[in-house]
Design a binder for this molecule. Sequence first.
Ligand code: C2E
Ligand code: CA
Ligand code: CA
Length: 731
Amino acid sequence: MKERISKWLGTDKHSPYVKDFFYNANMRASIYMSIIVITLELWMIARMIRTVIEENLGNIIERIIENYFSNYFILLACGLLTLGYAVNAVFSKQWVKWLTAPVVVLCISVIVFEIRMLSKFSERDKTASDLVNYLILLTSAGAMIFFAVLLFRGAGGRKWPSMAVTYIFSFVGINFGIIMSVHSFSKGDQILTFLTMELFVVCLLIWRPWMGFLVLTGSYLVFYYRISGIVDISTVPRVGGIIDLNKAAIGLGDGVKINGFTMWLSTLVFCIANYKRTLSQAEKDEDLVQINEQLREISIHDELTGIHNMVYFRTEAEKMLGYVTTDRENSVFLFMDIENFKSYNEKYGFLKGNELLISMAGFTEEIFAGSLVSRFSDDHFVVFTHRNGCEEKVARLSEKIHDIQHEVHLELKCGAYKPEPDDNDVSLACDRARFACNSIKKRYHQDLRFYDKKLEEQFRLKQYIVNNIDTAIENDDIKVFYQPIVDTSDGCICGLEALARWKDPKYGLLPPGMFIETLEEYRQIHKLDQTVIRIVCRDLKDAFDNGQPAVPASINFSRLDFELYDVPAFLDECVREYGVPKEYLDVEITESALTENSGLLEKTMDVLRGSGYKIWLDDFGSGYSSLNVLKDYQFDVLKIDMKFLAGFGSNEKAAPILINIVDLTKQLDMISLTEGVETKEQYEFLGKIGCNRAQGYLFSKPCPKDELSEKIVSGQLNVTKRYCRGDAAER
Ligand code: C2E
Ligand code: CA
Ligand code: CA
């Protein structure tokens, strides 16, 4: 209830936005009001001068002073001053300060006039009200000179002097209205000046209701008091105890046609309605502004870390690159990545991972204070900063990351790219910095790398790969090389691994190491893998058709394949189209593909096994969670990573580990296969420990189909009997 009353009276607190809204509304109203007042006053002054001259009333100056000129001057000055402040507040125009000159001249004239009047005060037949009026004029003139000087010195845009001037204007205006109308009233004329001033002040400007009430009631009471000094108020007719100006005036000549009470009431109602309307408009606007602000915040900030996002980074960096004042020579884009963040996430959970990212964002902003810092994605951050001192800052950041790591070894990796004189593409700059960053992954001694000529070449190749994969497939530039897999029990070939090659007209024969990762990064890998599957099926069909040895082929799949297309459906379609039995195609999935436990992959693997394909686990032992993978999924063949054999002979632990892994495969009912067999000793060792299959350069490097056939025909390689004659019956 208290709140409602306070709201109704306008004594409640306004938000800064609403206050500003009222201020602006008042300043705009002041512009109209002051222009009307200035025009009216100039016109009135001209008219009075004409009357004085026409009537030739003796000493002109004397007459001017007596003819209320001070009142016109002060109002004119006040109008000019208000105009100055209001225009400055709304349009921030500097020329308004020259309005100071006429204001000061007018105010000084008023002071001179009034001092003269005061000195002759006793000589004339003047009332106490006149004395009060002289004093009001003198003080207003003084105050206005003060504010005029402030305006000249540039205070126009500030709120308090502007508001003070509006209050002075209201006071001077209403006082003017009272004086003029009391004068008119005494001659039996209308009191329109008072009414006009009330309307200007109370209805054009917006007041809180209680203030409007005070201003209105106060001015009406003063007016009432002043006219009551002129007419014998007891003889004046009243309506309900309140003076009836309408009838009162009749006795004095031409009547004033307005009923005072109704006038007061209607002005007050108008004043309150005006306030309410403006308030609701202001509150609506404030809501909109807030929503807009929130939307803006969301659109340029990263939700998790609270620092800016890439939308902001791109626009701001682009702007900065566009400035002539930007010292490009001394600017650099940094791309940062926390190596092993994935393992940290896995080990401590998402919440801890998020905390780490938030800390990283905080450190980066702190160390690169004053630079453009944003989160790129995941655990990647970008910075646009000064070249000088960036090594030292990266080192500091790297130290901070080391400080907060627990058992997972976190490493900060940073790539830097210095923009060339005319390259303004922020995304490309970030790509290059990222490329430099990726080039030092897994190099434990290095945390910063600048993008250089060598990287530029690699970067171009990467772009070439992304841009040309479709053409390469169309032009049959994608080839499949086969590497034999040997059965350790008889040394014969029991399988072939299909390995992709890109025979490029410009770069020559590219090994998969040069394009697989890029195709994965750009989610194009499925194009390559589908091509490889088709080629393998076609080669098998040819072998069957020509009665040549047809050996099952294992095909490498990327984790993304399972996201990008329906692998079982595609395989089924191919085997049907080429007439290849399903057991001739094996699916190799690397251990690293399985560390992110995805339900989709698990389901797809079940479907594949269910429909007759064998699933091989590739690169076993290369990652952190090899045993988890064995626990969670089921495989037919386990391919033991090359690194175990690489250590064979030099590392004593290699042999016992291999023995244990092979034992494990037996317990889990899997076939064991060791990759990277390069020497006879290795091969013999594998046979001794019961490893079922072997693959490596000792038997053959990956080679084209025809080369492999020659090796078989020449007897250099033997094929397991079962696969020697691919005949139609087999199918
Ligand atoms: P991977 O599946 O582990 O393939 C074995 C890699 O080891 C092959 O390299 C092969 O040439 C090499 N290698 C075989 N025996 C030996 C040896 O005795 N000693 C040494 N040092 N290396 C040996 P390659 O052909 O360069 O393939 C590299 C990787 O690229 C493959 O590793 C596989 O992950 C990927 N890849 C190859 N073809 C494809 C494909 O068609 N699709 C997908 N998604 N990935 C593929
Ligand atoms: Ca493989
Ligand atoms: Ca492998």
